[in-house]
Design a protein around this ligand. Structure first.
Ligand code: ADQ
Length: 532
């Protein structure tokens, strides 16, 4: 029986220590795990190989054997890496070199020979684990920028193997890519695959432009098939990833997600009970003003025209004329996700449209990632500071503009947050696809819910009825946010219909099947000529 072997940097689940000293495996958060995880779980002939993510020094040989066995039960094969390997291959070359370079943050990219050497060595380690598992007829599907040398390494051992490679992040322009000292070796590594996939046509075009520029001796036909010396052919194409639409729309209706939504509605003054609380707030403002003018204990704390009072007055004056709204966003805390720019746009909106003060609450879920990398620590400090500044500046006695959550949440509460959002702010500075935008729309299946979406992510090619913005343009995001909040539920529903219809068809499983079908087609002898 032929099998599918998925190879990625991380496995779709991680080891979690329990309080009693035992361990269990927990589903990982992140694009890859959410996109391919369901396919792996539902196909018994599918194996997944990847780094376990654990520090082997902390475990005895017996414990490591138990961990391997637990993974094996879930059809996963863990690779254990030493601290030195992790530092060079993962934290170093993958996170400090390729990630910033591929997201157009070249100024953040670090080029270190030692990291490159370790990247090559660890790609070889992966090859050594994968090779003995390959049986005739198997398909090998390699994921992402961590393993760009692996296709060629496996091709050298198995000239007839069916090998696919997919990039989940953007592929940069040839101008940026060629600054990488090892760019040619990387291109050759990837071209060991039969099929090379990207999220968008733009990314595959950029890849082919790099091939033209850096490997001019290779022939590329009109259909984007690259011919290598020796006759091997690699087809290049776009496969925009989707989500499990029904999983998200169903989970948004689950008891827990609904309870979260009710809770958020209540806190933000959207539930009927809050008309009462709003009027109390208005009364409170009036009382505050009265007491300050009467010269009681408040008076010597209050200078003339204190902003708090002005803001509270504005909020009170719009009670009854404006219904309360919720903005949401869900991200890993990463500099590519544009969190500081987004927060500035939210602050700018409260400044420019003070009628929203007291009436819009932003639920910002931003889970720290890569916490040992300096640029991520700086970003976290910056986001903490901006949230603090906005909350400090605009908060009223009974209202806080931003609810900032940095814990990692599982799918049900995430769907609760999505469904509570009248508006989702999805404004990455650069992103391969961005699944959050798609998940938000699925959680509002057949319903209103406005999406403000960056034009710098793959999803913007498909979700054209969203409020599309340049994430660097603070004024533009501020205006789009205001418009998205003002839009009528009917117009919002109308905008969503077409996008939701598309997402229902172009699901994650459809994406897996379409990539694998194309891979099968191009792997057949003589089949890489012509359209995929
Ligand atoms: P990511 O950079 O991880 O993925 P994204 O596409 O947005 O980005 O996927 C994130 C996933 O993790 C979503 O399923 C989301 O629900 C979940 N998630 C994010 N933050 C979370 C949080 N704080 N708590 C809980 N869940 C959270 C990479 C590329 C993307 C590409 C995907 C898939 O960078 O461009 O879309 O792979 O190819």
């Amino acid at each position: 029986m032929s099998r599918l072997i998925i190879v990625s940097n991380r496995l779709p689940m991680s080891l979690e220590a329990k309080q009693d000293g035992s361990y269990s495996l927990r589903q990982n958060v992140g694009g890859l795990a959410t996109a391919i995880g369901p396919y792996h779980r539902s196909h018994r002939d599918c194996l997944w190989i990847g780094w376990s993510g654990i520090d082997t020094k902390r475990y005895s040989d017996k414990e490591l054997a138990d961990i391997k066995a637990a993974y094996k039960e879930r059809r996963c094969i863990p690779i254990f890496l030493s601290e030195e390997e992790v530092n060079g291959y993962y934290a170093g070359f993958s996170n400090n070199t390729l990630w910033p370079l591929f997201h157009d943050f070249s100024h953040e990219a670090v080029f270190k020979q030692d990291d490159w050497d370790m990247y090559r060595k660890v790609n070889m380690r992966f090859a050594q684990v994968v090779e003995p598992l390959i049986r005739k007829g198997d398909t090998i599907w390699i994921q992402d920028y961590h393993l760009m040398l692996l296709p060629k390494m496996l091709r050298e051992r198995y000239p007839d193997a069916s090998i696919g490679w997919f990039l989940h992040v953007p592929f940069p322009s040839a101008e940026i890519f060629r600054s990488l000292p090892w760019s040619r070796e990387i291109l050759e590594g990837v071209l060991g695959a039969n099929l090379v996939g990207f999220h968008t046509v733009d990314f595959s075009t950029s890849f082919l432009a790099s091939v033209h520029r850096l490997l001019p001796q290779l022939k590329v036909d009109r259909d984007g098939v690259v011919e290598m010396p020796g006759g091997h052919r690699a087809a290049i194409d776009a496969f925009p990833i989707g989500i499990d639409y029904s999983l998200y729309s169903r989970t948004a209706r689950s008891g827990l997600a609904r309870a979260m939504r009710r809770g958020i509605d209540e806190v933000c003054g959207k539930s009927p009970r809050h008309r009462y609380r709003n009027s109390v707030k208005a009364e409170g403002v009036a009382a505050l003003e009265a007491s300050s003018s009467e010269g009681n204990w408040w008076s010597h704390h209050i200078e003339e025209d204190i902003p708090e009072l002005t803001l509270a007055r504005q909020a009170a004056s719009s009670v009854g004329t404006r219904s309360n709204k919720v903005i949401v966003s869900v991200d890993r805390l990463d500099y590519t996700k544009g969190l500081p720019e987004r927060l500035k746009a939210f602050g700018a909106m409260l400044d420019k449209y003070p009628e929203w003060i007291g009436h819009v609450t932003y639920y910002l879920l931003a889970t720290p990632s890569r916490e040992n990398v300096r640029s991520y620590q700086i970003l976290k400090d910056q986001v903490d500071q901006l949230v603090g500044e906005i909350n400090g500046r605009y908060s009223l006695l009974a209202w806080t503009p931003i609810h900032y959550i940095t814990r990692s949440l599982s799918i049900k509460p995430v769907c609760g947050i999505y469904s509570a959002g009248d508006v989702a702010l999805v404004t990455p500075l650069r992103d391969g696809m961005n699944l959050v935008a798609k998940e938000y729309l699925a959680c509002h299946d057949g319903d209103a819910g406005s999406l403000v979406l960056s034009d710098m992510c793959g999803a913007a090619d498909e979700l054209t009825d969203a409020f599309i913005v340049n994430p660097y343009d603070i004024d533009m995001v501020c205006e789009a946010l205001h418009n998205a909040l003002e839009i009528s539920p009917e117009e919002s529903r109308q905008r969503n219909i077409k996008m939701q219809a598309r997402l229902k068809v172009r699901t994650a499983s459809n994406w897996c099947n379409s990539f694998l079908d194309s891979l099968k087609q191009v792997s057949m002898p003589g089949m890489t000529q012509g359209r995929l």
